[in-house]
Design a protein around this ligand. Structure first.
Ligand code: GRF
Length: 212
């Protein structure tokens, strides 16, 4: 299964995918290409350092979202991408893009959805004073962070956590969860029925999707 990763910034989740892939732990998933809407972002350097093909589609070159989305989809298809992973990709994708990859676009969000959707999720969680926080990998639908939930990982909030400490604890779970979901999808263990996701068991010695 060819995976296209879309990024906009730092790229630590991309790095987690690269590291797992280099260790032969992504199952049948193969990182085929990394696409970015921000020229020269650190994530692109990580992709290049790993020897992955990259491309940039700068949203500022387009007067409307449709053109940007179409170019993105066409470029991913040219790389024979089967699964699109949004790993810190900071653009909302249109229905037209999603129709090009039906049920094949996933996103990682740094909160336990449906709580704290949208921007600055960790800050929202910190300000709400929650005692358990975490991250979610979900299928992307037309809304913002509203698609069917595939897997979640929880972290305990410590009494003296500031927003940054909480962000870091969630991020390390993101790095574990996202590659495991990509592998599970590539192994055809993720079943979407009626907007609910069922995960089939991993084979012995495989990668279980652990929430805690
Ligand atoms: C992560 O917190 C992810 O959950 C959110 O954007 C951030 C990307 O971080 N969607 P990185 O670029 O992978 O380091």
């Amino acid at each position: 299964m060819n995976v296209g990763v879309l990024v906009s910034g730092r790229g630590t989740n991309l790095q987690a995918l690269i590291d797992r892939s280099n260790r032969g732990e992504l199952g049948p998933a193969r990182l085929a290409v990394v696409g970015c809407n921000v020229p020269d972002c650190p994530a692109l350097s990580r992709a290049r350092a790993a020897g992955l093909p990259t491309f940039v589609v700068d949203h500022r070159d387009f007067s409307a979202r449709a053109g940007f989305d179409r170019t993105l989809a066409t470029t991913l298809r040219a790389h024979q991408v089967d699964l699109v992973v949004l790993a810190g990709f900071m653009r909302v994708l249109s229905g037209e893009f999603l129709d090009a990859f039906p049920g094949r676009v996933i996103n990682i969000h740094p909160a336990l959805l449906p709580a704290f959707a949208g921007k600055r999720a960790q800050m929202q969680a910190h300000e709400a004073g929650v005692k358990i926080a975490g991250c979610t990998v979900h299928f992307v639908d037309g809304g913002v962070d509203t698609g069917p939930i595939i897997a979640q990982a929880a972290v305990l909030v410590q009494e003296d956590d500031d927003e940054e400490a909480l962000r870091a604890r969630i991020l390390s779970e993101e790095h574990r969860l996202l590659p495991s979901v990509v592998r599970a999808i590539a192994e055809h263990r993720v079943v979407l029925e009626d907007r609910k996701v069922r995960i089939l068991a991993a084979s012995p010695g495989g990668d279980a999707l652990r929430s805690l």
